[in-house]
Ligand binder design. Structure first.
Ligand code: HEM
Length: 349
């Protein structure tokens, strides 16, 4: 496989879907590319536009307006509770809360599936990677997820008014083919939790290492949305997806031959010194709006506004109450695609 690590090359490939196709899958092994064939993530052109329009409906900024007050309130209550305790795990106690209580409810799976969404998602991302041991041992868990999406994420079992049910409504209207419903369920089940959880924990970790940067936020909360971009730039929760080259392509003097697979490393692109001077420096005043943690081009993350809403609500609530973060034991997640922490012992003052 070819690895694209420069900002300009990654952006060019992600925006040129006619050369760098997603319809042959965006994973790094062909078994997995077969499993998700035809979902939103793994489609191109008109077929992609049709699916994405339906998937995106509840995630548009105008639709999210109705959720803002509830998410803000939950973030404030959570921060109040955890800060009163002084010590907590930034992953399980802090970062998991909004994705697991709010987002999984909105997706609307029956309870048994909701409880398993986190494990399924983590293992699904292991299945996205190259064929290493972690990849191979994740496949049985992925099969459970696909089986569940096919047999349980069905009419009558889904929460009324949920996003998953809206996919069935779209199929009934003929907006999307009904045979893609199970893999479209995975468009919601896979990327909506761990990604945001890892982003939030990485934020706590960065602010613990850089107290001078944290000091700026309580003083001027208008910096918080920009600071979230800087967290995502440095600690991109999704490190890379791949593309399939449809024709020969000259990338900076190297020929990528037709039929080759190319990994777009969002995380590396975000630390390219050609784009971001002194790229390893965490600087909440940097203009990092161009960061690629959500991708770019036709497949840019549909959950961007929701993820930003969750992150901003939490760090705003924390900025009102926390002067300092200190971190103890920090366990990095070992995952083929994701970057973040499974555990981050945190004390606040
Ligand atoms: C910080 C949190 C998140 C990060 C870092 C992230 C990252 C990404 C990236 C890099 C892509 C681009 C895929 C590509 O280029 O092929 C993507 C696509 C996608 N994301 Fe996210 N994501 C996040 C949150 C979410 C949430 C909350 C949801 C759902 C509620 C979501 C749903 C999706 C879907 C469905 C796609 C496929 C879009 C398409 O192919 O058109 N993501 N995400």
């Amino acid at each position: 496989m070819f690895a694209l690590t420069r900002y300009a090359s990654v952006r060019r490939a992600l925006r040129d879907w006619e050369t760098f196709s997603s319809a042959h899958g965006v994973m790094m092994n062909e078994d997995m590319n077969q499993v998700l064939r035809g979902n939103t993530l793994c489609s191109d052109g008109d077929a992609h536009d049709v699916l994405r329009r339906v998937l995106n409906r509840p995630l548009r900024p105008v639709a999210l307006k109705q959720l803002t007050d509830g998410i803000t309130r939950q973030a404030e209550e959570l921060a109040e509770r955890l800060v009163a305790r002084r010590s907590f795990d930034a992953t399980t106690d802090l970062a998991c809360h909004l994705p697991v209580t709010v987002v999984s409810e909105l997706v609307g799976l029956p309870d048994e599936g909701r409880e398993k969404m986190l494990v399924w998602a983590t293992e699904m991302f292991n299945c996205f990677g190259p064929k290493n041991d972690r990849n191979v041992s994740a496949f049985p868990v992925l099969e459970q997820m696909v089986d569940y999406a096919t047999t349980q994420a069905v009419r009558g079992k889904l929460k009324p008014g949920s996003w998953a049910e809206a996919l069935h409504d779209a199929a009934d209207r003929g907006d999307v083919p009904s045979e893609v419903l199970p893999v479209m369920m995975i468009d919601y089940m896979g990327p909506s939790l761990d990604t945001t959880i890892f982003a939030i924990t990485s934020g706590v970790w960065l602010f613990a290492q850089h107290p001078d940067q944290w000091d700026l936020l309580p003083e001027d909360p208008s910096l918080i949305p920009g600071a979230m971009n800087e967290v995502l730039r440095l600690e991109a929760p999704v490190q890379g997806f791949s593309r399939f080259a449809v024709t020969d392509y000259d990338m900076d003097g190297v020929t990528i031959p037709a039929g080759a697979r190319t990994i777009c490393f969002y995380g590396a692109a975000n630390r390219d010194e050609r784009e971001y001077p002194d790229p390893d420096r965490f600087d909440v005043r940097r203009d990092a709006r161009s960061q690629l943690a959500f991708g770019t081009g036709p497949h840019r993350c549909v959950g961007t506004s929701l993820a930003r809403l969750e992150m901003t609500a939490l760090f705003t609530a924390l900025a009102r109450r926390v002067r300092r973060f200190e971190v103890g034991t920090a366990d990095r997640a070992l995952n083929n695609i994701l970057r973040g922490f499974t555990r981050l012992e945190t004390t606040v003052a």
